[in-house]
Design a protein around this ligand. Sequence first.
Ligand SMILES: N[C@@H](CCC(=O)N[C@@H](CS)C(=O)NCC(=O)O)C(=O)O
Length: 269
Amino acid sequence: MLTLYHAPTSVCSQKVRVGLALMGLRYESRMLNLQAGDQFEPDYLKLNPDAVVPTLVDGDLVVVESSLILAYLDREHFGAQLMPSEPAGRVRAEHWLLRCLAIHAAINTLSFSTAMRKKLLAEKTPDEIDALAAKFPDPIMGQKRKDLILNGLASAYVGQALVHLRRLFVDMQAELEEGPWLGGNRVGIADVALVAYVDRLDRLGFGGFWEEEFARVGPWLDTWKALPAYASGIADHVPPGTAETMRSGGAAHWPELARRWKALADETQ
Ligand SMILES: N[C@@H](CCC(=O)N[C@@H](CS)C(=O)NCC(=O)O)C(=O)O
């Protein structure tokens, strides 16, 4: 029996749920409330010492890291159908899975320096923000969270995030020029690994990152949105109020991000 510890709007949880749906795998759901701090409960820390979601439990085996969970599920429970079988495709897909660490960090940066920041500043005192940062088992993660909440788009993490996202879209565009999916003619593990990240940017109102310059990315996301796995992995778990808070909280920052995105594009021409 598979058990997934996850959270409704966490991008890494979304990508695993999309994968589970696409593979038609049933699982027992353990939903955590990250705002309430469920991830810091001692029993959960035994499964995931970094206090993050998702975590997959398969019998006695605990699997952490969303990309590794996807690869594990595909390999052990889906006959590796999502992983290209020929060496070049496989290497490319594995490279995308590895890159998800930097891409996740960039998405986390843009979420917490814009929409989530607004919510946290409204709800927490400076002491509570300090206490939140101190709870992270990895102090670097705690420092980053505090920096993003205090400094917003002025945080140094934002510049790094934009560089990583630009590289993401340059490379996605190039691969999508060869076929409708990163996996070629059919959906593959790289598509599953990336959809929640691109969707988050869309939900924050940051579609301008790709709309003009990386024209294959929008249709790729639209194709995803029409699939049942997108609904059961992502859309069905986003409460209407959260969708609105995310869009308005993010969109307010789009003019500054658009200016910096263009400056970055000019620099890298
Ligand atoms: N690289 C990890 C990142 C996991 C991660 O940071 N998860 C976020 C949600 S997407 C989380 O649990 N955050 C906990 C928090 O914000 O306190 C993965 O892909 O699984």
